[in-house]
Write a protein that binds this ligand. Structure first.
Ligand SMILES: C[S@@+](CC[C@H](N)C(=O)[O-])C[C@H]1O[C@@H](n2cnc3c(N)ncnc32)[C@H](O)[C@@H]1O
Length: 231
């Protein structure tokens, strides 16, 4: 049976969904768009854009509505930076539900309507060049079963909260993510829970707490800094 997620409008006018399966919202109800912009674009993508010379290799945990992916595509176009986007999704929403989301309208970007549709329709494990600057690969798998070959330099960690899926925020998971990253890679998440921050530290990340989006005091940015011993 296909599960039905309820569509709601968050405080900034952008839509989000309430997961039928997990009983929680896909974004902050204080503003879905504001959350994506503050956490994933401003603290993550812009940091990467300023700090990395090479292409930006994003790993997103939780494709969900595709809002983060759409915003990232728009930024890649705006700044003409090559972004290689990989995203994980174990419980995809339907293309019909994706069509009801108001992101293209609210972002006033009809030129990206087809890109957004293509992302939602994309088959698993097939990279598509959506624009000159943005390629996209959606892995329809659980993160627990994901074993990529290459490494990433930017992580959007956008799983449902630790209260809902604690197994996605523990020491073992943060160590797994750490091992998927290049040296100097940046990891961002809306979550700032103490046990999660301790898991990141234990994995080897250097933490940079930042002010959160509306409704949240703090968010987390973490950097992988490999310490090399000198013989
Ligand atoms: C907070 S939502 C992601 C929101 C999304 N980034 C967006 O822009 O709309 C979390 C997502 O993680 C997915 N998910 C839950 N458990 C998962 C798992 N074990 N592996 C991969 N994806 C999972 C859910 O189906 C949901 O789409």
């Amino acid at each position: 049976m296909i599960k039905h997620n309820e569509l709601i409008t968050s405080d900034d006018g952008s839509h989000t969904l309430i997961s039928e399966q997990f009983g929680v919202s896909y974004h902050s109800t204080h503003g879905a768009l504001q959350e994506s912009i503050t956490v994933f674009l401003a603290a993550g993508l812009h940091y990467a854009r300023h700090n990395f010379l090479s292409e930006i290799k994003v790993l997103e945990m939780g494709f969900g509505t595709g809002l983060n992916a759409l915003l990232t595509l728009m930024e890649a176009e705006k700044y003409r930076r090559v972004v290689r986007y990989s995203t994980l999704e174990a419980y995809p929403i339907t293309e019909i539900q994706a069509d009801t989301l108001n992101y293209i309208d609210i972002l006033n970007s009809p030129q990206h309507a087809e890109h957004f549709k293509t992302m939602h329709a994309a088959k698993s494990d097939q990279r598509v060049e959506l624009t000159k600057y943005f390629s996209f690969n959606k892995h329809l798998t659980k993160i627990e079963d994901f074993h990529p070959v290459g490494k990433y330099n930017l992580v959007y960690y956008d799983a449902f909260a630790p209260t809902t899926q604690p197994e996605l925020w523990d020491d073992a998971m943060m160590k797994r993510i750490y091992d998927l990253l290049e040296d100097q890679a940046v990891f961002v998440s809306y979550c700032a829970k103490g046990s999660f921050k301790r898991a990141l530290k234990a994995a080897g990340f250097i933490l940079e707490p930042l002010p959160g989006p509306p409704g949240k005091r703090e968010m987390t940015r973490a950097i992988k800094k490999v310490v090399r011993s000198i013989d």
